[in-house]
Design a protein around this ligand. Structure first.
Ligand SMILES: Cc1cc2nc3c(=O)[nH]c(=O)nc-3n(C[C@H](O)[C@H](O)[C@H](O)COP(=O)(O)OP(=O)(O)OC[C@H]3O[C@@H](n4cnc5c(N)ncnc54)[C@H](O)[C@@H]3O)c2cc1C
Ligand code: SF4
Length: 652
C-alpha cells in the first residue's frame, strides 16, 4: 500500500506525511499532502533475539506495549518519552526521541540497529552497519540505494567538509542533539575518518522526521531491565538557580533519572483532578524540584548510594528539603512530572505555554549559566517562563506564555525564538534536544549550523528524495515559523451561544481549544484508565477526544453557517463518543467532551431533528410495551435474522 502511495504521490505531484501517534511537538506531522497514518495496521512485533538483545518491530508499535511484551525476556527498550504510553517506535525513530532515561540508556539513535524502508522511487532498502568494504560494495549497486551510498560518500569525504561539520554542529558532549540531519554522526566512522565505528545510514534516518524515507521495519538494540530496587530523592529548592547549580554535583552519582520541574508546573497540578493526589511528597512551596533516581540490585548498595547523594546535596547547601521516595511512590511522583507539559494546557483563557524554545540542550556544565542568561532574556520580555526538564542531560523545556491570537505576541513568538537561538548558539548547544525541528524550529537550522552545512543538508534531502515526496517543509525549505498559524492575529473570535454553562473554560470554544494535542486519549487499555473507549475500539484517530476537540474548534471558529454546530463532519466525529466522562478527569487539559457532545446534540438536532435511531432508543419502553400485546409476532420478527437485520439497518 505504501509503495502504491509513493507511486501516486509521484504521479500526482503531491506528498506523503508519515505519521504514527501524532504527538510531535513541533508540527512534524502537519502540512499539505496525504497523511499516512501507520498506527493502526503496522503494529507487529516481528522477532525477538534474546541472546543478541534485539527486537524487530513495525513502526506502529507503542513504546510501553513493546516493553510490556519484552518484560518476560528481562529486556527493555530504553528511551522513555513522557508520551511513552501512546507514542510509537516509528515516531520515536522519526524524531530521535529521548526522555527521562537518556542519561543512563542513551537516545533512540543509539538503539536503532537496522531500518527497512521504502525509498522515494518506491524501491526497498535495508540500512544497517557497514564496514568500509561493505560500503564500497553498496556503492556498486545499480539502484537508488547504491546512489545514496555513492552520493553521500562524494559529499562527506572531503576533510574540509568534515571539519566544517564538526565546527558547525552542537558540541560533541551534548548527547541530545536533533539539529537537522545527523550528518555529524556519519563522519565519525571507519568509512570517513578511519575510526573503529562502523557507518550506519539508519543513524541519519533517525531524527529525519519522515523526510527521507518511509520506515516499515525497525530493529532495536535492547538493554537488560534496570535493577528493581529504587530510591528517588525529590530535592526541593527555593530558586531555579539553586536547583540548576545542584545538577552538576548530583550527576557525579550514578543516576537513572535527573529531572526538574518548577513551581508553575507544580501549581498546575493543584487543580488537576487526577494529579492532585500525586503531590503527597511536596514540602512547603518549592520554586523547583529535582528528582534524582538511584537503582541497585542489593538493598545495602542502594542505601549506600542514597546516603552518598544526600551528603553531596546537604554539603552543597542548595536544597531545603530532601524527601526520599521508595518504589511505588516513585511512579506517582514521576507521573506528576510526566503530566507536566500536558498540564500546562490547563491555563484558562487565550494565554498558553507555547512550544518554540522548549527543547534547547546545552552541555550540563553550561546549564546554570545558560539559564541565567535565559532568565534575564525572559525578564526583558516580561515573561514568566515555565521550567520543566531533563536537567541531567542539559535540557530544559522552557515555554514562554503567549497569546497567539494577538499580533504583538506573535511578534514576540518569533523574537524570543530568534534571541534564544542566538543564546543557544553562543553555548554551542542544540536548538532541539529531543522534540525535533518540525515546522517551528526548521527555519533556524541554517543559522545554528551555518550556511554551508545547511546546503549539505539540502543535498542530503535531494539525494534521498529528489521530488520532495516525503514530508516537505520540515528540516529543509521550511516556511517561517509564524506563517500558517492556527489563528489569524487580530481576528475577532466568534462568541458561541450555548444552552449549557461553559463559563469555567470561558465558553465551549475555548474549552475545545484547551486540547493541546498531547494525545493522552490514544493510550491503550493496557496503559490503564478509561479515556478514550471509542478510540480503543476502533483505533481510528477520528474517534479520539483530540480529534473531537480539533473538529469542534475548527467548525466553531470557521463555519459560515448561522448554527456553527450544524455540520455532518462534527456529527461523524462525535457519533461514537459514549459520554463516559473519562476525558474530564484523565485528559491533562480536562477537556470535557461528554458535556460538549451534549451541547452539540442539542444544537445539531435543533436544525436537523433527531435520528430514527435516537427516537427508537428514546421510545424503547413504549415499543416494548406495545410488543407485549403481540408476543408471538414480535418474537418471530426479532429472532429471525433477516427481519431483525432489516429493522436494525433501517433504524441505523
Ligand atoms: C506532552 C508531551 C510530552 C513529550 N515528552 C517527550 C519526551 O519526554 N521526550 C521526547 O523525546 N519527546 C517527547 N515528546 C514528543 C513526542 O511525544 C515524541 O517525539 C514521540 O516519540 C513521537 O512519537 P509519535 O508516535 O507521536 O510520532 P509522530 O508525531 O506521529 O511522528 C514523529 C515523526 O516521525 C515520522 N514518522 C512516523 N512514522 C514514520 C514512518 N513509518 N516512516 C518515516 N517517518 C515516520 C513523522 O513523519 C514525524 O516526523 C512529548 C510530546 C508531548 C505531547
Ligand atoms: S467522554 Fe467521549 S471523548 Fe471523553 S473519553 Fe468518553 S468516549 Fe472518549
Amino acid at each position: 500500500d505504501v509503495k502504491e502511495l509513493i507511486r501516486f504521490a509521484a504521479a500526482n505531484n503531491t506528498s506523503l506525511i508519515p505519521r504514527t501517534a501524532g504527538t510531535s511537538l513541533a508540527g512534524q506531522c502537519v502540512g499539505e499532502g496525504i497523511v499516512v497514518d501507520v498506527s493502526k495496521y503496522f503494529t507487529g512485533i516481528l522477532e525477538v533475539n534474546e541472546e543478541e538483545r534485539t527486537v524487530k518491530v513495525q513502526p506502529g508499535v507503542i513504546r510501553d506495549d513493546l516493553n510490556r511484551f519484552l518484560e518476560p525476556y528481562g529486556l527493555f527498550f530504553g528511551p522513555n518519552t513522557s508520551t511513552s504510553n501512546r507514542c510509537m517506535i516509528g515516531g520515536m525513530v522519526g524524531n530521535n526521541s529521548s526522555g527521562t532515561t537518556s542519561i543512563k540508556y542513551g537516545v533512540t539513535r543509539d538503539k536503532v540497529l537496522e531500518l527497512k524502508v521504502l525509498l522515494s522511487d518506491g524501491s526497498e532498502a535495508v540500512f544497517s552497519e557497514v564496514s568500509s568494504e561493505e560500503f564500497r560494495d553498496k556503492m556498486q549497486l545499480d539502484s537508488m540505494e547504491g546512489e545514496i551510498y555513492r552520493k553521500l560518500y562524494e559529499e562527506l569525504k572531503p576533510e574540509s567538509v568534515q571539519e566544517q561539520i564538526t565546527d558547525g554542529f552542537p558540541k560533541a558532549e551534548i548527547h541530545r542533539r536533533n539539529t537537522g540531519y545527523a550528518i555529524d554522526s556519519l563522519i565519525d566512522t571507519e568509512v570517513f575518518s578511519g575510526t573503529s565505528k562502523k557507518l550506519n545510514i539508519a543513524e541519519l534516518l533517525c531524527g529525519s522526521e519522515g523526510t527521507l524515507a518511509f520506515t516499515t521495519e525497525i530493529t532495536l538494540r535492547l538493554d537488560p531491565l534496570p535493577p528493581k530496587n529504587a530510591v528517588m530523592i525529590a530535592a526541593h529548592f527555593e530558586s531555579v538557580e539553586k536547583c540548576l547549580q545542584a545538577v552538576v554535583p548530583a550527576m557525579r552519582h550514578s543516576l537513572f533519572t535527573c529531572e526538574m520541574m518548577d513551581k508553575v508546573i507544580l501549581d498546575c497540578t493543584k487543580n488537576s483532578i487526577k494529579y492532585r493526589e500525586n503531590r503527597f511528597f511536596i514540602e512547603g512551596d518549592p520554586a523547583a524540584i529535582l528528582m534524582l533516581e538511584l537503582r541497585a540490585e542489593e538493598e545495602t548498595e542502594l542505601l549506600d548510594q542514597t546516603a552518598a547523594l544526600i551528603k553531596t546535596l546537604t554539603d552543597s547547601g542548595l536544597a531545603y528539603a530532601l524527601p526520599v521516595l521508595r518504589n511505588d511512590t516513585i511512579d506517582l511522583a514521576l507521573e506528576l512530572r510526566k503530566a507536566g507539559l500536558g498540564l500546562l494546557g490547563n491555563i484558562v483563557g487565550d494565554r498558553k505555554a507555547v512550544a518554540c524554545i522548549e527543547d534547547t540542550a546545552v552541555a550540563v556544565e553550561d546549564l546554570a549559566d545558560y539559564i541565567n542568561e535565559f532568565s534575564a532574556l525572559m525578564k526583558e520580555y516580561g515573561q514568566d517562563a515555565v521550567y520543566y526538564a531533563h536537567a541531567g542531560a542539559g535540557e530544559l523545556h522552557l515555554r514562554p506564555i503567549l497569546n497567539l491570537k494577538k499580533e504583538e505576541d506573535v511578534r514576540l513568538f518569533r523574537k524570543i525564538t530568534e534571541d534564544v537561538a542566538a543564546l543557544v548558539k553562543k553555548y554551542g548547544g542544540s536548538m532541539s534536544g529531543e522534540h525535533g525541528d518540525g515546522r517551528v524550529r526548521a527555519e533556524f537550522i541554517e543559522f545554528m549550523i551555518g550556511a554551508e552545512n545547511y546546503l549539505l543538508l539540502k543535498k542530503v534531502k535531494n539525494i534521498f528524495d529528489p521530488e520532495h515526496i516525503f514530508n516537505p517543509g520540515k528540516i529543509i525549505d521550511a516556511p517561517p515559523m509564524d506563517e500558517d498559524l492556527r489563528y489569524r492575529p487580530g481576528r475577532k473570535e466568534p462568541e458561541i451561544e450555548t444552552l449549557m454553562d461553559f463559563s469555567d473554560s470561558l465558553g465551549i470554544l475555548r474549552g475545545a481549544e484547551n486540547c493541546n494535542g498531547s494525545g493522552d486519549c490514544r493510550k491503550p487499555a493496557e496503559a490503564g484508565g478509561t479515556m478514550c473507549p471509542s478510540y480503543r475500539a476502533t483505533r481510528n484517530e477520528k474517534d479520539t477526544t483530540r480529534a473531537r476537540a480539533n473538529a469542534l474548534r475548527e467548525f466553531l471558529t470557521n463555519s459560515n453557517k448561522e448554527n456553527r454546530f450544524d455540520h455532518h463532519e462534527l456529527k461523524e466525529v462525535l457519533e461514537l463518543c459514549i459520554s463516559c466522562k473519562g476525558c474530564k478527569s484523565e485528559c491533562p487539559s480536562n477537556v470535557d467532551m461528554a458535556a460538549y457532545k451534549a451541547e452539540f446534540q442539542y444544537q445539531y438536532q435543533k436544525k436537523n431533528g433527531s435520528s430514527l435511531r435516537s427516537k427508537a432508543f428514546a421510545f424503547n419502553t413504549r415499543f416494548n410495551k406495545l410488543a407485549t400485546h403481540f408476543p408471538n409476532v414480535s418474537n418471530a420478527v426479532f429472532s429471525n435474522s433477516l427481519s431483525s437485520g432489516m429493522i436494525k439497518k433501517v433504524l441505523g
